[in-house]
Ligand binder design. Structure first.
Ligand SMILES: Cc1cc2nc3c(=O)[nH]c(=O)nc-3n(C[C@H](O)[C@H](O)[C@H](O)COP(=O)(O)OP(=O)(O)OC[C@H]3O[C@@H](n4cnc5c(N)ncnc54)[C@H](O)[C@@H]3O)c2cc1C
Length: 392
């Protein structure tokens, strides 16, 4: 892969909206990605392997629980710093950002928000340091966009719960020590349970043959009469709103992350357009190529403003789930379109691993599908503005 020469676009001086702390956090993440992710990531994506050696670095830049209080090992940062970290990591690779998103928003967040003090003390510091990795089991083979239909269930056996069922498409599953699993009790109410590797009847087979998020490990969670201790139930929230609360936090991070992937594709195409000569001039001098670049920076800038504003609303505790859906949907769509245009600007070179664009392009096919598909987020906006529910 070519050396990482990334220069972040900032057409509307968004930096002026950031505090010194935001910029410090962002720049530390950016430097780390350049030093520890860019040189190895193409190789790991080609091998379809998660680079476990970067776990310590992710923890050091605050990517595991950026907004979790310091008393639990988190970085104690605000929502904009959290977003900027996700932006920088996804600038390197969406698969690496997925690992961080799952750890922070889908494992640490529910333990912090819905767990007991004992659960927080037991799990959060180890998850923040990367000593333990976690995964989040919501999706099932027959219930993706409609998780409320889940069939994974647990029975109260007096001194423990008995868990049965299966989850599919679970990021980090093959190596996670801890799984936050959503299952129905005997009354059909959804609860979160903390399942640990090593519990009898619990297995995590890896999913192979992915053309997308190849540097992120994906697997199944299989529960065959797993005895879960009673103290592993998350007691403070139940119902579908509990997992959806975690998804709000993760989707917000994805909205920022997608900007990072788009920035990397734009920056690569811009540089290439000045270096590559055809018909005796740099291809960047052709109007058709300028149109592509001009539209890319316009879309990136719109997404930056939208997402920064969403961060302010999140900091004030005012962002709605529907606002988060809009940003996730818009930004991932923006990034996938930019990746496609940027890929074309590099001609044949664009399909190789010499450049990051094709990898981003393939990765974004998962990002536009997971955490609510593109169409599901549109329906959430539709429901919000009309008050009419297309899901029923
Ligand atoms: C790489 C990867 C990693 C993932 N990681 C995780 C994870 O860590 N944890 C986890 O729990 N899940 C994870 N997922 C699962 C992901 O969230 C689901 O794939 C996603 O929610 C879509 O579910 P599905 O694949 O079953 O598609 P389906 O729900 O079957 O959807 C198929 C199509 O039908 C459309 N559709 C569905 N319902 C409607 C409707 N009402 N109206 C209009 N169109 C509709 C969808 O938009 C989609 O286009 C991951 C997925 C991938 C690909």
């Amino acid at each position: 892969m070519k050396p990482d020469l990334f220069e972040a676009p900032d057409y509307y001086n968004i930096d002026e909206l950031l505090t010194e702390e935001h910029k410090l956090v962002r720049d530390a993440a950016r430097e780390w990605v350049k030093r520890d992710v860019s040189p190895i990531i193409e190789d790991y994506a080609q091998k379809a392997e998660f680079p476990e050696q970067i776990i310590g670095g992710l923890a050091e830049i605050g990517a595991f629980g950026p907004y979790i209080p310091e008393e639990y090992g988190g970085a104690g940062l605000d929502q904009i710093s959290y977003g900027l970290i996700m932006q920088e990591i996804e600038r390197g690779d969406s698969g690496v950002r997925s690992t961080a998103s799952v750890q922070s928003s889908l494992v640490m967040y529910p333990i912090w928000k819905y767990g007991t003090e004992e659960q927080r003390q037991k799990y959060l510091p180890k998850l923040a340091s990367g000593e333990w990795m976690g995964c989040f089991g919501l999706t099932e083979p027959d219930h993706g966009s409609n998780p409320g239909g889940m069939v994974t269930n647990f029975k109260n056996m007096g001194d423990h719960y008995l868990l049965n069922g299966a989850k599919m498409w679970i990021s980090n599953a093959p190596f996670a020590q801890v799984a936050v699993v959503w299952a129905k009790n005997e009354e059909g109410r959804i609860h979160g349970l903390i399942v640990e590797r090593g519990m009898e009847g619990f297995s995590t087979p890896e999913t192979h043959n992915k053309w997308s998020l190849r540097a992120s490990a994906t697997g199944e969670l299989i529960f065959d009469n797993v005895k879960v201790p009673k103290e592993n139930l998350l007691p403070n929230k139940s119902g579908l709103g509990a997992p959806l609360g975690c998804l709000d936090s993760a989707r917000y991070g994805i909205a920022w992350g997608a900007i990072g992937a788009a920035m990397d594709c734009y920056d690569t195409a811009l540089r290439y357009s000045k270096e590559r000569t055809q018909f005796g001039k740099p291809i960047g001098q052709f109007q058709l190529q300028q149109k592509k670049l001009a539209e890319m920076i316009t879309e990136i800038t719109k997404a930056q403003v939208l997402t920064w504003r969403l961060g302010v609303l999140r900091n004030d505790g005012k962002a709605t789930s529907a606002q988060i859906s809009m940003a996730k949907r818009n930004n991932v769509d923006m990034a996938i379109n930019i990746a496609r245009e940027a890929r074309q600007m590099l001609g044949g070179m664009g399909i190789t691993g010499e450049y990051s664009i094709m990898r981003h392009s393939m990765n974004l096919e998962s990002v536009i599908t997971y955490e609510g598909t593109h169409d599901i987020h549109l329906l959430i906006t539709g429901l919000d503005i009309t008050g009419l529910n297309a899901f029923k």
